[in-house]
Design a protein around this ligand. Structure first.
Ligand SMILES: Nc1ncnc2c1ncn2[C@@H]1O[C@H](COP(=O)(O)OP(=O)(O)O)[C@@H](O)[C@H]1O
Ligand SMILES: [Mg+2]
Length: 362
């Protein structure tokens, strides 16, 4: 297995579009690293650069101790699994997995051993003689992963491998991938636009946006201490509530955040970086306190309630802000009525403040 180092990598396509800008990142030996970000932010391009399927315009790519910018894809010690499984329809599961090894001139016995071992790991043994059309989506995806495993790569690359599966199967495959990672102890780099996959699979997550990495860290660190508004809103469901705010200094020198003319929260210690101007505050739906109208800081009116079974989310209109604020309801609050007037409180320990550039300042 190997560590992977991205050193000031850049990518400009022939038409001049700069898709990856100065990305540096060290991926540890055996780490499960997730690249997450919205569609078009450069995740696939980055992965294809690592695989050698796309030229690197700038910077150095190290796999292990080797600089591999100019090394052919087949010589980099990587295997890539794509969203489209790209199996050969006329070959059996066994032949699909064996094909690459045979092509590489590996002898029959060793090919057989590798394929059967991978099939065991992926629970494909009973299916080895089937053709892809006789397999479910999840089984096909497992064959595609099997084809990567038999090559015994130092690094696995996955590009949205679960996107074509239905929701229940995605959950199951997520668990299998996590198991596979601990079993193989391999370095894995996994691309997804799905923040739930990122949160559940990654040892660390790199959040991509517009060809740069916004923040890198363990899932909960990013969730609890987002460096900026983009990361704050990208991770978590529903998305963190963001409200434009004016910051004012009160008589004791503390900072108040004013939303729609109302003091929404008085921030606690550690608020000195706030410039005393306009910006935004953010708070997650599960952290907002909901109470009787007139009793809490911010007045609101219920616009909509979503009942999701194990919990409900109320969307509350507040003054001076077009977007309703999402509030996760406690078990005994589920009977709130549409149109009902309520009060909201934003506990200061759960509030984030962002400056005009979107950088977290509190
Ligand atoms: N061959 C290409 N030539 C020019 N631009 C490209 C090419 N391939 C991808 N792009 C552009 O690069 C950006 C990133 O694409 P991609 O890496 O596929 O994003 P993601 O995988 O994050 O959705 C997009 O704006 C896309 O249009
Ligand atoms: Mg992509």
């Amino acid at each position: 297995m190997a560590k992977v180092a991205l050193q000031k990598l850049g990518k400009r396509y022939d038409d001049g579009t700069e898709v990856i800008r100065n990305v540096s990142l060290d991926i540890e030996d055996g780490e499960f690293m997730v690249f997450v970000g919205p569609s078009g932010c450069g995740k696939s391009t980055m992965l294809r650069m690592l695989a050698g399927l796309e030229d690197i315009t700038q910077g150095d790519l190290m796999i292990g101790e080797r600089r591999v910018n100019d090394v052919a894809p087949s010589k980099r010690g990587i295997s890539m699994v794509f969203q489209s499984y790209a199996l050969y329809p006329h070959m059996t599961v066994y032949e699909n997995m064996a094909f690459g090894l045979k092509l590489a001139g590996i002898n029959r016995d060793e090919v057989d051993r590798s394929v059967r071992q991978a099939a065991e790991i992926l629970k494909l043994t009973p299916l080895l003689t089937r053709r892809p059309k006789a397999l479910s989506g999840g089984q096909r995806q497992r064959v595609a992963i099997g084809r990567a495993i038999v090559r015994k790569p130092e690094v696995f690359l996955f590009d949205e491998p679960l996107s074509n599966l239905d929701a229940a199967l995605r959950v199951q495959m997520r668990i299998e991938l996590a198991r596979l990672h601990s079993q193989l102890n391999a370095t894995m780099i996994y691309v997804t636009h799905d923040q739930v996959e990122a949160m559940t699979l990654g040892d660390r997550i790199a959040v991509f946006n517009g060809g740069v990495i916004e923040q890198v860290g363990p899932p909960l660190e990013l969730y609890n201490r987002p460096a900026n508004r983009f990361v704050a809103t990208f991770l978590g469901s529903p998305s963190m509530n963001i409200m434009p705010a004016e910051f004012a200094v009160d008589a004791e020198g503390g900072r108040k955040a004013i939303v729609g003319g109302v003091t929404a929260v008085t921030l606690g210690d550690g608020d000195r970086r706030i410039p005393g101007a306009s910006g935004a505050i953010g708070i997650r739906a599960e952290h907002i306190e909901l109470g009787v109208a007139g009793t809490l800081d911010v007045p609101g009116r219920t616009r909509l309630v979503e009942h999701l079974g194990e919990m409900a989310i109320a969307y509350i209109e507040i003054p001076g802000h077009d977007e309703p604020v999402a509030v996760k309801l406690k078990a005994d609050q589920g009977d709130i009525q549409i149109g009902q007037k309520v009060g909201l409180r934003f506990p200061s320990q759960h509030v984030f403040a962002f400056d005009a550039n979107g950088t977290t300042v509190y």
